[in-house]
Ligand binder design. Structure first.
Ligand SMILES: [Zn+2]
Length: 362
């Protein structure tokens, strides 16, 4: 049993949370992973290599034959970019459940292959709560229909997904995201983002953002959101690990009141580049988080893995969905991060993130 199982499960935030298997109270969430993908299709990222041997690796399923190559070429392997096998994903999520996990926020938007019936099967088989989202990912993933809509139309559709059910079905979204933003932000992404603010004002739901790969991106996005009237204390700036390495710049983002999300735990390869900023290892992530806690930001920090490709799954030699509970939490304790701060990052901050003000008449 992971040490984190000792993290108290009392929650002081009241509200309702939409999950794929029905509404629950925030007190039922337990330990939450606020930014994950369990069923996703990132095929649009695929880049065909030119070398014949690499082409063979690129078009074969991920296995021990090509894993060593896939680990460093993850956008060049077709199979790596797709998580679609519900049965094997049940096994992956069970690892999080047995480590003491309670809830997974699945931030895959429709345009990246959201699979609602698959998510219900996962929740039922693992006894975990699964929160589905409504959002629009990066420009290259957007459908022609989304591109033709106004920001208000996008916002109205998202609000309907939260209040009535996603795409006219029974399952209600519990969060807006993951909102894809490139660097620089494209016209279609800005329009979708304004739609997300519209949906937030209509429903009270939080917005989770994938910022562009540049240290200036979070600040510019927060300015845009703020001028559009967004409630910044219900906005998550994700992927801070690969976006802002400087403490003072993280503090400036934190002063806006938004959630500060370090969601790439377990990704430690400095050879996979995410724009101009090098990916830190977990030790450096923990140091950055500890420094933010020292500055008084413990009520705003969220942590997750953002697992979205096969090479990060346990069965493919990756760190898996239990990595934070099994390995990161003990190391945070070693580093002097208090039980109270851990409880906030794992339980009460995500509860505040997911709490909706009403049940919208249901
Ligand atoms: Zn993500």
């Amino acid at each position: 049993m992971a040490e984190s199982a000792t993290v108290a499960s009392t929650v002081e935030v009241e509200g309702i949370v939409h999950t794929v298997t029905g509404d629950i109270a925030t007190s039922e969430l337990g330990v939450v992973l606020p930014h994950e993908h369990v069923l996703i299709d990132l095929g649009r990222f695929f880049e065909e290599p030119t070398d014949p041997l690499e082409q063979e690796y690129a078009n074969a399923d991920v296995s021990l034959e090509n894993l060593g190559w896939v680990r460093f070429h993850h956008r060049q392997s077709r199979d790596n970019l797709v998580l679609s096998d519900v049965q094997s994903q049940i096994e992956e999520l069970r690892r999080f459940k047995s480590a003491g996990g309670g809830t997974v926020v699945e931030l895959t938007p429709v345009c990246a292959g959201q699979d609602l019936s698959g998510l219900v099967a996962l929740a039922e088989a693992t006894d975990l709560h699964v929160v589905a989202s409504t959002g629009v990912y990066l420009d290259e993933f957007q459908s022609e229909l989304t591109r033709s809509m106004s920001s208000q139309q996008i916002g109205e559709r998202m609000a309907r997904d939260i209040v009535e059910g996603i795409d006219g079905g029974e399952i209600r979204a519990g969060i807006i995201g993951e909102m894809g933003c490139s660097w620089p932000l494209t016209v279609n992404e800005e329009k979708a983002l304004r739609g997300a603010v519209f949906a937030q004002l209509a429903t009270g739901a939080s917005i989770s953002i994938h910022p562009g790969r540049h240290p200036d991106a979070p600040g510019l996005l927060l300015d845009l959101l703020s001028s559009a009237g967004a409630q910044l204390d219900r906005v998550v700036i994700g992927h801070l690990d690969r976006t802002i390495p400087e403490h003072d710049e993280l503090v400036a983002v934190g002063r806006s009141g938004c959630f500060l999300e370090f969601d790439l735990f377990g990704q430690e390869s400095s050879h996979v580049r995410y724009g101009p900023v090098d990916l830190p290892n977990d030790k450096t992530r923990i140091e950055r988080i500890a420094a933010l806690i020292d500055e008084g930001f413990e009520d705003q920090i969220l942590i997750s893995h953002d697992i979205a490709v096969k090479k990060w799954l346990f069965r493919y030699g990756g760190h898996g969905y239990d990595h934070i509970l099994e390995r990161v939490v003990p190391r945070m304790k070693e580093h002097g991060i208090s039980d109270q701060a851990l409880h906030k990052m794992l339980v009460s901050n995500p509860a505040r993130l997911l709490a909706l003000p009403t049940s919208f008449g249901r």
